[in-house]
Design a protein around this ligand. Structure first.
Ligand SMILES: Nc1nc2c(ncn2[C@@H]2O[C@H](COP(=O)(O)OP(=O)(O)OP(=O)(O)O)[C@@H](O)[C@H]2O)c(=O)[nH]1
Ligand SMILES: O=P(O)(O)OC[C@H]1O[C@H](OP(=O)(O)OP(=O)(O)O)[C@H](O)[C@@H]1O
Length: 490
C-alpha cells in the first residue's frame, strides 16, 4: 500500500494554470513562482508526505491527504460554448481551487513560411497541436509540480517565445478544447468528460462574430476557413470523439440543469478524503476557503499566541458543531409566533464531554458554548518515551455509561493517546457507538489506528494531514498544540 500511496501523493496537484483574466473574478490565489508561499507549501507537503510515508509502516490504509486533482475534459465543436460551460463550473465551485487549461495554448505556432499562407493552414487538424507538450504539462500538474503553459497569439498564429503562464495548486483542472478527446493518452488523464453539443448554425454565427471582432479576420476568410477546414475536421475528428463523453450538454451554457448536476458530482468527488472511503466512521468538516484560511493561520509558526488561540477556537467551534450533528435526535413539533406548526428535532439529552488533558481542555469552551451546562470529564495520559502512553489520571461523570461522549483532543497523531482514552471509556461501560471523537487535525496513521480498533465510534476532524515524522509528530501539523494554545512555548 505505501507504494500506491506514494504514487497518489506524487500525482497530486500543486501547480496549475490559472486563466489570468478569470483570476480576480473568481478570487483565486494569484499565480506564483516556485518560491511563493503556496507552491513551496505544497511542494513541502509532498516532500513531507513522502517523508511521513517512510515511517508510516506497511499497514497504513492510504495515508494520503494530498488528493489527486479532479481532471475534467470539455470538448465540443468550435464556438459551441465550451468556455461558457467552463466558466459556469468554475464559478459554482467557488470554494475549491480550479484552473483552466486551454488546448489552444498548445497550438504549435506557424513557421514564417506557413504564416505567409496561414489561410491554407489547417488549425483544426490534430497535428496542429503539440500534444506531447500538452501531455507533459498535464502530467506535471497531476504530479504536484508547477508548470509553464505556453501563450498562443491567435492574431499572428504564433507562440509568445518569452512569456509563459505560471500555474499553481488546484483541486480541479479543466482541460478545454475542440480535440481534447481525440488522443487516448489525453483522455486517460480525465476523471470526467463533457461534450458541449450546440447546433451547427449557431456555432457558425458565433464563430463569424468572434473571429471578426476578436481575432482580426474578415467574414469571407472566416467562411473560407470554415468550409475548407473547420467543418471537415469537425466531422472527421470532433464529432467522432463525442462517443467518449460521460456527459453531453445540449445548448451549452444555457443548460443550467446539466451544469448544476455536473457541479454536484464534482463536489461529491472532491469532498471525500480517501480515508473516508476506507473508514466510513471518519467525517471531515467540509472544507471552505474560510476553513483553509484558519488552518493556514494556526499552522503558521510565526503567528502570535492570541491569534493562534482565536483561530483555533473558531475551528474548534466548527468541529464541535459538526460532531453534535452526529448525535441521535427525536422529532419535535413546536408552534411559532405566527401560530404555525414547525416540525423540527429535539437535541439529545444524555451527553457529556471528556477532554484529554491538556490540549483537549482547549476544546471545552466551545463545547460549553454549544451545550449549556454540559458535564466534562478529564483524562490525563502521560507520554512514555517516544511512542508509549500511560494513563495516569481520570475523573469522569458517574453515569457516563448512560451518556453519549464527546471525546476532545485537537491533535490525533499515532492514535495511542486516543486509544488509551477510548479503552478507559469502554471499561467504564460507554458503548463504542456512543463515542464521538472530535479533533482538529489528524494523521492518517492515527485514524487507521483508532478506526480499525473502534469501527463503531465516529471521528470528526477538520483536516487530515500528510503523515507522521520520525519523531511521531503530525506533518505538516502545527507543532506542540498545548504549548502554543496555553502560551508555554516561550
Ligand atoms: N485562422 C486561424 N484560426 C485559428 C488559429 N488558431 C486557432 N484557430 C481556430 O480556433 C478554433 C479553436 O477554438 P474554439 O474551440 O472555436 O474556441 P473556444 O473559444 O474554445 O470555443 P467556445 O468556447 O466553445 O466558444 C479552431 O476551430 C481553429 O480553426 C489561427 O492562428 N488562425
Ligand atoms: O496520537 P498521539 O501520538 O498519542 O498524539 C496525540 C497527543 O499528543 C498531544 O498531546 P501532548 O502529548 O503533546 O500533550 P499536551 O496536550 O499536554 O500538550 C495531543 O494533544 C494528543 O493528546
Amino acid at each position: 500500500m505505501p507504494d500506491k500511496a506514494v504514487d497518489d501523493a506524487m500525482e497530486s496537484a500543486v501547480g496549475a494554470h490559472f486563466s489570468g483574466l478569470r483570476l480576480e473574478a473568481l478570487r483565486l490565489p494569484a499565480p506564483s513562482g516556485p518560491s511563493s508561499p503556496s507552491s513551496s507549501t505544497s511542494a513541502g507537503a509532498a516532500a513531507a508526505l513522502a517523508n511521513g510515508l517512510a515511517h508510516a509502516g506497511a499497514d497504513v490504509a492510504s495515508p494520503s491527504s494530498l488528493r489527486q486533482p479532479f481532471v475534467i475534459g470539455v470538448s465540443g465543436g468550435t464556438a459551441s460554448g465550451k468556455t461558457t460551460v467552463c466558466d459556469m463550473i468554475i464559478q459554482q465551485l467557488h470554494d475549491h481551487r480550479v484552473v483552466l487549461v486551454n488546448q489552444d495554448s498548445f497550438y504549435r505556432g506557424l513557421t514564417a513560411e506557413e504564416s505567409a499562407s496561414a489561410q491554407d493552414y489547417n488549425f483544426d487538424h490534430p497535428d496542429a497541436f503539440d500534444t506531447e507538450q500538452l501531455l507533459e504539462c498535464m502530467g506535471q500538474l497531476k504530479r504536484a509540480l508547477p508548470v509553464n503553459v505556453p501563450i498562443y497569439d491567435f492574431k499572428n498564429h504564433r507562440r509568445c517565445s518569452e512569456r509563459f503562464r505560471k500555474v499553481n495548486a488546484s483541486d480541479v483542472i479543466i482541460l478545454e478544447g475542440i480535440l481534447v478527446f481525440h488522443d487516448q493518452r489525453v483522455r486517460n488523464l480525465m476523471d470526467m468528460k463533457i461534450f458541449v453539443d450546440t447546433d451547427a448554425d449557431i456555432r457558425l454565427a458565433r464563430r463569424i462574430r468572434r473571429d471578426t471582432v476578436e481575432r482580426g479576420r474578415d467574414v469571407s476568410s472566416v467562411l473560407d476557413q470554415y468550409g475548407r477546414f473547420v467543418k471537415p475536421a469537425f466531422d472527421d475528428f470532433v464529432l467522432p470523439s463525442k462517443k467518449y463523453a460521460d456527459v453531453i450538454i445540449p445548448r451549452g451554457g444555457d443548460n443550467h440543469v446539466a451544469i448544476d448536476l455536473i457541479v454536484q458530482h464534482i463536489r461529491t468527488k472532491l469532498g471525500m478524503h480517501d480515508l473516508c472511503k476506507v473508514f466510513r466512521n471518519v467525517f471531515v468538516v467540509q472544507s471552505t476557503f474560510q476553513i483553509r484560511g484558519m488552518h493556514t493561520l494556526i499552522r503558521d509558526r510565526d503567528i502570535t499566541t492570541p491569534d493562534f488561540v482565536f483561530y483555533s477556537d473558531r475551528l474548534i467551534r466548527l468541529v464541535v458543531e459538526h460532531g453534535l450533528g452526529h448525535l441521535p435526535f427525536t422529532e419535535k413539533q413546536i408552534i411559532t409566533p405566527t401560530g404555525s406548526v414547525y416540525t423540527g428535532v429535539d437535541f439529545c439529552k444524555k451527553l457529556c464531554g471528556v477532554s484529554i488533558v491538556r490540549s483537549g481542555e482547549s476544546m471545552e469552551n466551545a463545547l460549553r458554548a454549544c451545550c449549556k451546562g454540559i458535564k466534562i470529564g478529564k483524562i490525563l495520559i502521560h507520554r512514555v518515551g517516544d511512542n508509549g502512553q500511560q494513563l495516569i489520571y481520570h475523573k469522569l461523570p458517574m453515569d457516563i455509561d448512560e451518556r453519549h461522549v464527546l471525546l476532545l483532543d485537537p491533535v490525533l497523531g499515532t492514535g495511542n493517546s486516543a486509544n488509551q482514552a477510548i479503552d478507559l471509556l469502554r471499561r467504564k461501560g460507554v458503548a463504542e457507538e456512543r463515542i464521538i471523537f472530535l479533533t482538529l487535525i489528524s494523521a492518517p496513521e492515527g485514524i487507521q489506528c483508532v478506526c480499525t480498533r473502534f469501527p463503531k465510534l465516529k471521528l470528526v476532524t477538520s483536516e487530515i494531514d500528510t503523515g507522521l515524522s520520525e519523531e511521531f509528530r503530525v506533518i505538516p501539523g502545527l507543532g506542540e498544540y498545548g504549548d502554543r494554545y496555553f502560551g508555554t512555548d516561550n
